[in-house]
Structures are given as structure tokens and as C-alpha cells.
Ligand binder design. Structure first.
Ligand SMILES: [Zn+2]
Length: 145
């Protein structure tokens, strides 16, 4: 266990661990919510507690979620496909295959450059996320030294 640098609590956990385990907790809550609704009047306290902890965990999982993967590579490909199909439909006699291929290559080149930079940034963010811990007492997110 790593100590929280802010409040010195030992009650800390890796972000990646919380994210994985809280995803499971949310699933459990969803599958048992039917029981919770039908018997809420009779069993209010017990059901209420379990659903509350489920909600807190799912908020935690949002807070502990890894950075989002960039999706520009896919966009680049779909733009290229749409442009080539559109140009073939709109100007079937004017468009030659080399022009489509050339413009596609330029678009893909630009997107490959953007994607490469984004992937490097994403990789850095992901590495940081994997090293980060969260304090369960005060909620402070830190990287242990
Ligand atoms: Zn703390």
C-alpha cells in the first residue's frame, strides 16, 4: 500500500484496479435492480445501502477511467472512402483513379501525422494513468515516488 501524500492514509488503491473492479460492481447493481425496485417499501434499508454503494463506485469508475483512445485514424479512413465514392458517383467521367489515389494518400498522410502525435500523447497519458493511485479517504490522486 502507498501512503497518501496529502492525508497520509494507507487506504489507497491503483486507479486501474478501481476502474476494473468498479465496472464489475456496476454490472452487479444493474442485474439486481429489479429486486430493489419491487421490494423497496419492505426492505428499504438493506436495498438502499447496496444501491448507494453501487452508485458511488460507478462515479468512482468515471473518476478513475483511463484516458480515451484517439480515433482520428478511423476518421481519416472513412473520409477517404466517402470522398472517393462521392467523386466517383458525382463525376464519373472526370475523375481518374490516380487523382483519387493521390488525394487519398495526402489525406491519409495528414491523418497519419495527426494520429501519430495523438497516439504518443495518449500513450503518455495512459502510462501516467497506470502509475496513478487514489486515496479512498480524501480522494487525492497521486503518483507514488
Ligand atoms: Zn488522502
Amino acid at each position: 500500500m502507498k501512503k497518501c501524500p496529502k492525508c497520509e492514509s494507507d487506504n489507497t488503491c491503483k486507479l486501474s484496479q478501481i476502474y476494473e473492479s468498479s465496472t464489475l460492481v456496476v454490472d452487479t447493481k444493474t442485474s439486481s435492480s429489479g429486486i430493489g425496485l419491487s421490494s423497496r417499501g419492505n426492505m428499504g434499508v438493506g436495498i438502499g445501502n447496496s444501491s448507494t454503494s453501487g452508485t458511488i463506485k460507478s462515479v468512482m469508475s468515471l473518476k478513475c477511467a483511463p484516458p480515451e483512445e484517439p480515433s482520428h485514424a478511423k476518421e481519416g479512413w472513412s473520409i477517404f472512402i466517402v470522398i472517393s465514392i462521392l467523386s466517383l458517383i458525382l463525376f464519373p467521367s472526370n475523375v481518374s483513379i490516380p487523382i483519387v489515389v493521390l488525394s487519398g494518400a495526402i489525406i491519409i498522410g495528414i491523418f497519419a501525422y495527426i494520429t501519430k502525435n495523438e497516439m504518443e500523447e495518449y500513450q503518455e497519458e495512459y502510462d501516467t494513468w497506470e502509475k496513478q493511485w487514489i486515496c479512498n479517504r480524501c480522494g487525492y490522486i497521486f503518483i507514488p515516488k
